[in-house]
Design a protein around this ligand. Structure first.
Ligand code: SF4
Length: 227
């Protein structure tokens, strides 16, 4: 797999020790205000809403399984042509907008997934213009909502807590997925195949069914997908 478990473990440690003061300063500087414009719910801004397991559980319980799908950009394919991905995402409408985005607003705003709550304050390792990789705050800055609002200390702390919780949860899910797949491949005598990945994607684009195994609640679930 492209992503190494050691890198994720290091990212987890780094997120934990990322300076609260430094990040609160970023939050104050950005001063984002959600104006419920809904842009971040459209394909213009996001092509999918990734769900941590707890988010997926809640949606399955409250709305039903028909609202989730395997997250796009599958992580790998085995030599038998089956794809694997580290979690679920919310379904999208045919125009690419979020399935919950209706009439210019979120139909489940109060219970929206965690990634929607922290947007646009995510904290990922990203390269800068010079290629230096470090934790950076990303997410459609200055393209939606309002900026440079005053964010008080209590709100800053809450955003900081939510961002760190989400990002750590994401990395833990990624780590769990890598460890599970390594063991699963050894036990089942499988190997990752880039050639098979490309071949099966071509068939999928032509309308063939594919099998996608999604890592969810510490195991993998089989999904059948077709366009
Ligand atoms: S769940 Fe709601 S807030 Fe999140 S992208 Fe969908 S419509 Fe927007």
């Amino acid at each position: 797999m492209k992503i190494q478990a050691q890198n994720i473990e290091q990212d987890l440690k780094d997120i934990g020790s990322f300076s609260d003061e430094e990040y609160k300063e970023i939050i104050r500087e950005v001063g984002f205000g959600c104006e419920r414009c809904g842009k971040c719910c459209t394909s213009e801004f996001n092509d999918h809403i990734f769900l941590l397991d707890e988010d997926a559980q809640k949606i399955i319980q409250d709305q039903g399984r028909e609202y989730i799908r395997p997250a796009p950009y599958f992580d790998l394919c085995d030599n038998l042509g089956r794809f694997y991905v580290m979690g679920y995402a919310l379904k999208t409408k045919p125009n690419g907008n979020c399935i919950f985005y209706t009439g210019n607003s979120c139909q489940h705003y109060e219970t929206r997934p965690r990634i929607c709550r922290i947007y646009p304050y995510m904290l990922h390792r990203e390269p800068d213009e010079d290629g230096t990789i470090d934790f950076r705050q990303i997410g459609g800055l200055n393209e939606h909502g309002s900026y440079h609002n005053k964010i008080d200390e209590g709100a800053c702390k809450e955003i900081l807590r939510a961002v760190k919780e989400y990002e750590s949860g994401f990395l833990r899910q990624q780590l769990g997925f890598i460890e599970y797949i390594r063991k699963y491949f050894v036990e089942n005598n499988l190997r990752a195949s880039k050639q098979m990945f490309d071949r099966m994607m071509r068939l999928y684009q032509k309308g063939e069914k594919i099998e996608v195994y999604v890592f969810y609640e510490s195991t993998i679930e089989k999904n059948i997908l077709y366009i």
